[in-house]
Design a protein around this ligand. Structure first.
Ligand SMILES: NC(=O)C1=CN([C@@H]2O[C@H](COP(=O)(O)OP(=O)(O)OC[C@H]3O[C@@H](n4cnc5c(N)ncnc54)[C@H](OP(=O)(O)O)[C@@H]3O)[C@@H](O)[C@H]2O)C=CC1
Ligand SMILES: CC(C)CCC[C@@H](C)[C@H]1CC=C2C3=C(CC[C@@]21C)[C@@]1(C)CC[C@H](O)C[C@@H]1CC3
Length: 418
């Protein structure tokens, strides 16, 4: 089995054992959340209300619906784009090209769904089939990861990712072997990272809102807030789609089970947990508290967007007047690191903003259940781990300059805390 620099790349995620555990634990957690969200006590840490049989999980219609959704998003991806962006330089010095039409895909999906609903499409029935849909998405992710693994067997060594080529089948299947698997210009990882899962997430939220309106006459204020906040988040990700080309998922990680399952199943079915919870456990929320929660979300978004835009502007053009006055450290690679502005406060200000928003998404669900705070807990763990991985990659890339940055900006995510 080809292992370009696999023997040198340190194993992450606890190696093959950790990868195997995660492959089991992630789907189990997702189904647990789906089941407890609709149960009376909605206990995150308690047992699920019952164990569903295969007849409740498996539905050919759900599979067909998932495949149709993927087909629709793939067709929208292939439509002419307002811009074609170039990715980071690859090992063979080439750069891949990516269509920037994610926001257009979101708008066209909204139009199609709007037309469908006005023609009688029963969108509000979607929450009833979340379980078989999640099962179908998991099945698709497994089969897709297997195909990606097989495709990587015939890929040239230069196309393989630095991490997922250890020679251990389970570990490599989980992390992904090929960096940018494509058929012609269709980039599977880039497509999955931003389209079917993220747009699917807001569609599920909308369906939950519509079902709540049918059940109770109108959607609750809490449901409006959760829908609005998460739509803003997804709209932002698609509006600034080009920024995803510099994330570690695109430039470092292979495309395997972790991202395929994460993008296609985990995001739509667990990130919509707050809206699922609210449908079955309505929460009273007055305007004063709602305004305060909006303020928290706005502060989080301000930090998240400010930090991401500052770095992206700087990376695109360091002499842009918006960032030209910021203090920087030079590195041996020729690239500079920001040490003032947002990136002078903590080393990952964008994560801080993201976490503040995560809190605002849970607060409309009240404080008497832990379940809607699952996203905040999971996301904290994800970002702490991600921050650690990114630091190791930056230390490797920038060496002494990175150490100097860490000395000048000692906190990672939360000022004076962490
Ligand atoms: N909702 C979700 O599930 C998730 C959301 N996210 C969000 O996605 C966004 C992107 O996150 P992610 O890709 O992890 O990381 P970042 O956008 O923070 O990118 C990290 C990279 O930024 C560059 N960098 C770091 N410090 C500096 C500095 N001081 N000056 C200039 N460049 C610097 C380095 O790359 P280089 O020097 O090569 O440019 C580093 O590798 C974040 O807002 C995050 O919160 C991420 C994961 C999951
Ligand atoms: C649960 C698993 C162990 C890991 C799954 C991780 C994925 C769900 C996330 C990995 C990086 C992601 C990013 C986003 C969504 C979640 C995943 C796919 C964003 C697209 C979210 C919106 C932001 O504006 C950009 C993010 C980039 C990374």
């Amino acid at each position: 089995m080809a292992s370009p620099q696999g023997s040198r790349a340190p194993l992450e995620f606890g190696g093959p054992l950790g990868a195997a555990a995660l492959m089991l634990l992630l789907p189990v957690t997702m189904f647990h959340l789906l089941l407890v969200a609709r149960s009376g006590p909605a206990r995150l840490l308690g047992p699920p209300p019952y164990l569903p049989g295969l007849e409740e999980l498996w539905s050919p219609w759900a599979l067909l619906l998932c495949l149709t959704w993927l087909g629709l998003q793939a067709a929208l991806y292939l439509l002419p784009a307002r811009k074609v962006a170039e990715g980071q330089e690859l090992k063979d010095k080439s750069r891949l090209r990516y269509p920037i039409n994610g926001f257009q895909a979101l708008m066209l999906t909204a139009l199609l769904v709007g037309l469908g609903v006005s023609a009688g499409l029963p969108l509000s029935a979607l929450p009833e089939i979340l379980l078989p849909l999640a099962f179908a998405a998991t099945l698709i992710a497994f089969i897709f990861s297997l195909l990606l693994y097989l495709k990587a067997l015939v890929a040239p060594a230069s196309a393989l990712a630095p991490g997922g080529n250890s020679g251990n089948l389970i570990y490599d299947f989980f992390l992904g072997r090929e960096l940018n698997p494509r058929i012609c210009s269709f980039d599977f990882k880039y497509f999955c990272e931003l389209r079917p899962g993220l747009i699917g997430w807001v569609l599920i939220n909308l369906a939950l809102l519509m079902q709540e309106a049918e059940l109770r006459g109108s959607p609750s204020l809490a449901m409006w807030l959760v829908n609005g906040f998460q739509l803003l988040y997804v709209g932002d990700a698609l509006w600034y789609e080009e920024a995803v080309l510099t994330t570690m998922d695109i430039i470092h990680d292979g495309f395997g089970f972790m991202l395929a399952f994460g993008d296609l199943a985990w995001v739509p079915f667990t990130y919509s947990l707050q809206a699922q919870f609210l449908l079955y456990h309505p929460q009273p929320l007055g305007w004063p508290l709602a305004s305060f929660i909006c303020l928290i979300n706005a502060v989080g978004y301000y930090i998240f967007r400010g930090a991401n835009s500052q770095k992206n502007t700087f990376r695109k053009n360091p002499s842009d007047p918006r960032v030209a006055d910021l203090e920087t450290i030079s590195t041996a690679t020729g690239r500079r690191l920001l040490v003032s502005g947002w990136w002078g406060m903590v080393r990952h200000p964008n994560y801080l903003g993201d976490l503040i928003m995560a809190l605002a998404w849970s607060l409309p669900c009240g404080v008497f259940h832990l379940l809607p705070y699952f996203y905040l807990l999971y996301f904290t763990a994800l970002l702490v781990h991600r921050e650690d991985r990114d630091e190791r990659q930056c230390l490797q890339k920038y060496g002494l300059a990175w150490r100097e940055y860490c000395r000048r900006v000692p906190y990672r995510i939360v000022p004076y805390v962490y």
